[in-house]
Design a protein around this ligand. Structure first.
Ligand code: AMP
Length: 463
C-alpha cells in the first residue's frame, strides 16, 4: 500500500521499427515506479518527436499518440516527483533544441548537488524553465567545452553527484549511464535485433525481450545501429545499491542488482516469523507490497495464511468523496478488511514498511472494527529513521514514526498488541546482500553522500 508515492522509471529502445509502442509497453510495466506523469521521445530519420502528459501511461497515450511518434529509437519515463513539482513542464523526457541539434534526456534518481550546480549555471546566465533537477544535466551538456556529444555527456555526468540513471537520445545514438555508486537499478536487454535499457528487468520481459546484464555502476553504454559500446568514464566508487528497492519499490517479478525480488521478500517474512513469533490464528498481508513477506511468515510459522485485506484496483486519480464523514475513508478506498478471515481471530498483519505510521494505524483500527481480537504487526524492514537523498520519496526526518518514537511508543501509537521490525542485519540476510554493497541510509543513517549545501539566498541584488 502506498500513502506516499514512488520515484521514477526509465525505458529506452534502439533498432525496433515500432520503438514508441515498445517503449509505451515497457513504461506500463514500470508504472509502479511513478504514476504522476509519463512521456516518450522517438527518433525518426534524425528528428526527435515528443509526447508527454500527466497521469498513468495508458491515460497519456492512445493509438493516435503512438502513431504520432514514428521511428526506430525511443526513450520514455514514468514520473513521480522526487524533485520538482507535479506540472506538465516537469514531465520527462526533456527534449531541447540547442546549437548542436536536438537532445532528449530522462533520469531516475536525485542529484544531491543539483541546487549548487543550478546556482552556478544561473550565475553564468543560464535560464531554467523547470524545477526538476534533471534540467541541470541539459545545461551542463550545453555549457561543456568538449567537442562530441558523448564527451559532453561524460563531462556533465562527471559533475553531478547522487543517484542517477540517465537515458539520452541524440543524433543516431541512445546513451544509457548509471552513477558510480549504483543506487538505482538499470538493465540492458535484447529483443530480436533491438537493444533495450530499462529500470527493471520486468519491463524487458514484459515486451518479450531477454535480459542481457545490469548496466554496471559508473558505466556508460552507447547504443546505435552498430550495437552496444561500453565505456567506464567515471571514477569508481563503492557499490551502494538501494536496499529499499528490495523491500518495497521494485516489482516482485524483477531481478534487482542480480537478486530476485520475490524470494527475498518471502525470506524477509520467514526471518520475521523465526525472530518475532506470535500466537495467532491467521497471517494476513497488506496488499500488494506486504503479501510475499506475509506468505513467508505463514509458511515458516505454520499459521494459516488468509486474505484479510482486499485491495481495490479501481481507484482512479479523482474519486467522489462521501458527504457524511466515514472514518479512515482514504485507506478504506484502497483497502477493505475481510471479516470472514479476521473476525474473532488473533491476526498477524505483515507490511513492508512504516513511514509516517498513518497507514498502519488505520489498518489496525480497521481490523479491530472487523472483529480481530488481537493484532500483531510485523514489518519486513527496519525502523525508518532518516529521509532518502537518492531518489526515493520520503518525508522529513521529523515526520518519520521511528524517528519520533521508540518501539513501546510506536506500539501504543498504532494500538497494536505487538509490533516487530526486521533488524538491518536480518534484512541483509534475507536479501543475501552484504552491508558493504548496499545503501541503507534510511535505516542506519550511513549516508554515502551528503547533499551539497547551497550558498547565498538566491536573491538578486538590484543595485
Ligand atoms: P505510512 O502510512 O506513511 O507509514 O506509509 C507506509 C505505507 O506506505 C506502507 O504500506 C508502505 O508499503 C508504503 N510505502 C513505503 N514507502 C513508500 C514510498 N516511498 N512511496 C510510497 N509508498 C511507500
Amino acid at each position: 500500500m502506498g500513502s506516499l508515492r514512488h520515484e521514477c522509471g526509465v525505458f529506452g529502445v534502439v533498432g525496433d521499427a515500432d520503438a514508441a509502442r515498445i517503449t509505451y509497453l515497457g513504461l506500463h510495466a514500470l508504472q509502479h515506479r511513478g504514476q504522476e506523469g509519463a512521456g516518450i521521445v522517438a527518433r525518426q530519420g534524425g528528428v526527435l518527436r515528443e509526447l508527454k502528459g500527466l497521469g498513468l501511461v495508458h491515460e497519456v497515450f492512445d493509438e493516435p499518440a503512438i502513431r504520432s511518434l514514428p521511428g526506430d529509437a525511443a526513450i520514455g519515463h514514468v514520473r513521480y516527483s522526487t524533485a520538482g513539482g507535479n506540472t506538465l513542464a516537469n514531465v520527462q523526457p526533456f527534449l531541447v533544441q540547442w546549437r548542436e541539434g536536438q537532445l532528449a534526456v530522462c533520469h531516475n534518481g536525485t542529484l544531491t548537488n543539483a541546487g549548487l550546480l543550478r546556482d552556478e549555471l544561473e550565475a553564468k546566465g543560464a535560464i531554467f524553465g523547470r524545477s526538476s533537477d534533471t534540467e541541470v544535466i541539459l545545461h551542463l551538456v550545453a555549457a561543456s567545452d568538449q567537442k562530441t556529444l558523448i564527451n559532453r555527456l561524460v563531462d556533465a555526468l562527471g559533475r553531478v553527484e547522487g543517484a542517477w540513471c540517465v537515458l539520452a537520445l541524440a543524433g543516431d545514438k541512445l546513451v544509457a549511464a548509471r552513477d558510480p555508486w549504483g543506487f538505482r537499478p538499470l538493465v540492458l536487454g535484447r529483443r530480436g535485433d533491438a537493444w533495450i535499457v530499462a529500470s527493471e528487468s520486468c519491463a524487458i520481459e514484459f515486451v518479450q525481450g531477454t535480459v542481457v546484464r545490469e548496466v554496471e555502476p559508473g558505466e556508460m553504454l552507447i547504443l546505435d545501429e552498430d550495437g552496444v559500446t561500453a565505456l567506464r568514464p567515471f571514477p569508481r566508487k563503492p557499490r551502494r545499491a538501494c536496499i529499499f528497492e528490495h523491500v518495497y519499490f521494485a516489482r516482485p517479478d524483477t531481478t534487482l542488482f542480480g537478486r530476485e525480488v520475490y524470494p527475498s521478500r518471502v525470506r524477509m517474512g520467514q526471518v520475521l516469523a523465526r525472530e518475532y513469533p506470535a500466537r495467532a490464528d491467521v497471517v494476513i498481508g497488506v496488499p500488494d507490497s506486504g503479501t510475499p513477506a506475509a506468505l513467508g511468515y505463514a509458511e515458516e510459522s505454520g499459521i494459516p495464511y488468509g486474505i484479510g485485506l482486499l485491495r481495490s484496483h479501481y481507484v482512479g486519480r479523482t474519486f467522489i468523496e462521501p458527504t457524511q464523514r466515514i472514518r479512515d475513508f482514504g485507506v478504506r478506498l484502497k483497502l477493505q478488511p475481510n471479516k470472514s478471515v479476521v473476525s474473532g481471530k488473533r491476526v498477524v498483519v505483515v507490511d513492508d514498511s512504516i513511514v509516517r505510521g498513518t497507514t498502519s494505524q488505520k489498518i489496525v483500527r480497521m481490523l479491530r472494527q472487523a472483529g480481530a481480537v488481537e493484532v500483531h504487526l510485523r514489518i519486513s524492514s527496519p525502523p525508518m529513521t532518516g529521509p532518502c537523498h537518492y531518489g526515493i520519496d520520503t518525508p522529513d526526518r521529523e515526520d518519520l514514526l521511528a524517528h519520533r518514537f521508540d518501539l513501546p511508543r510506536i506500539r501504543a501509537f498504532l494500538d497494536a498488541d505487538s509490533v516487530a521490525y526486521l533488524s538491518i542485519e536480518q534484512l541483509r540476510e534475507a536479501v543475501h546482500e552484504e552491508g558493504s554493497r548496499t545503501c541503507d541510509a534510511c535505516f542506519t543513517g550511513n549516508y554515502p553522500i551528503q547533499p551539497a549545501q547551497r550558498g547565498g539566498d538566491g536573491q538578486l541584488t538590484l543595485f
